[in-house]
Ligand binder design. Structure first.
Ligand code: AMP
Length: 368
């Protein structure tokens, strides 16, 4: 296992496997392009090892050219192409073989292929050492593939994580984190906060309640607080981007955590997706979404009672409470499907004593 910056990576593909994959590509290129004097268009930076080992084994005449297209920011493909270093020699009328280290979303091709078409090449082919079929979003055929791999973030043999790892002779993948992450779900008043307090102690997890963080910010009159207040007072959801950025900042404050109980987040599908992507960058994921199920009338009663002592404006007025249920039903309940599709949804009966409900929750958590 190795550490690059803040993350751990484990061995994934050996030198011998890499060599075999390159040979597979070279054998075909030697048959199909030996007499065509192709131009190998090497996509910098990651493809330089692959290009070097591949082209050394090519038997015919050939030329080389280099192009630089950047779309990676940290671990995830941002989809935005930021830099391009032009190709040389003249490509007009030539057979061009694009040499890539890895194809995942395929976003960088669009720019490269546009350039090749403008240059008036005779034909182009794409050769890549690694290919992630599950991440690929484009329709360009990938003509030569060394190895198909899963959707893991990899480093080594030319590929980097924020600049480091290119010199490794073998390929490593991001080590899955041992974090346990739970989404505690349920309508307002279901008892999420109460249960989270017990569960965080038992499982040594950090509890993040987005509602609490917003209330803290409102109380301390921060910029975030003033942004959130008008939405919260009406029982409306705070806009996604504000909430997502806030949540990420809370997680980042605790890099050593064993895991998190997310309470009140995600509340929309786009928040759920953002959370999945964000955790994936850390080699982590949501282990389960546990919904505390309570009938609505019982909830209204509980919330009005809480409003007598909590001082929360959104707890004191039945119409605001009903609006929060409405928000929950129309936006949030969609999440049940989102997690059910990943086999991560667990419904737990939320009627009973606090201890009874805790033990039902623990029964589920212990299996995750
Ligand atoms: P809660 O304490 O979880 O009932 O949240 C109280 C209020 O905070 C909600 O009615 C929203 O206005 C806001 N809020 C909390 N979490 C979120 C979220 N994930 N997305 C948008 N708004 C939120």
């Amino acid at each position: 296992m190795i550490k690059l910056h803040d993350l751990f990576f484990e061995k994934y593909i050996s030198e011998a496997e890499i060599n075999q994959a390159i040979n597979g590509v070279v054998v075909r290129l030697n048959v199909e392009y030996k007499d065509k004097n192709p131009v190998f268009l090497i996509v910098l930076n990651g493809a330089f090892f692959f290009a070097s080992d591949l082209i050394k084994r090519f038997d015919g005449d050939c030329e080389m050219s280099f192009i630089k297209v950047a779309s990676y920011d940290g671990l995830s493909s941002s989809g935005e192409i930021t830099t391009v270093m032009g190709a040389d020699p003249v490509l007009k009328g030539r057979s061009v073989i694009i040499i890539e280290d890895i194809v995942d979303s395929g976003n960088t091709f669009e720019t490269i292929i546009e350039i090749l078409e403008q240059e008036g090449v005779a034909e182009y082919k794409i050769a890549t050492l690694f290919y992630k079929p599950k991440a690929y979003k484009k329709n360009f055929p990938i003509d030569y593939i060394g190895l198909e791999i899963e959707n893991d973030f990899i480093v080594g043999y030319g590929l980097d994580y924020n600049g480091l790892g290119r010199n490794l002779r073998e390929v490593y993948k991001l080590k899955p984190s041992r974090m346990k992450n739970l989404v505690l779900f349920g309508p307002p008043g279901a008892g999420k906060g109460t249960q989270a307090d017990v569960l965080k102690e038992k499982y040594n997890l950090l509890h993040i309640s987005t509602g609490d963080v917003f209330r803290y910010n409102i109380k301390n009159e921060t910029e975030l607080g003033s942004l959130a207040k008008s939405f919260m007072d009406q029982g409306d959801l705070v806009p996604d981007q504000v909430t997502i950025d806030m949540l990420k900042a809370e997680v980042e404050k605790n890099p050593e955590a064993n895991g998190f109980i997310f309470d009140g987040f995600p509340r929309t599908e786009s928040q759920a997706k953002a959370l999945d992507d964000f955790l994936a960058e850390k080699g982590a994921s949501i282990n389960g979404m546990i919904a505390i199920e309570v009938p609505e009338n019982l909830l209204v009663e509980r919330l009005l009672k809480r409003g007598e002592t909590s001082g929360r404006a959104d707890d004191q007025d039945e119409s605001k409470i009903r609006n929060r249920f409405n928000e929950y039903e129309t936006k949030t309940a969609i999440l049940k499907n989102y997690y059910a599709e990943q086999n991560k949804y667990y419904g737990v009966d939320g009627v009973g004593s606090i201890e009874e409900i805790t033990s039902r929750l623990c029964e589920v958590i212990d299996t995750l």
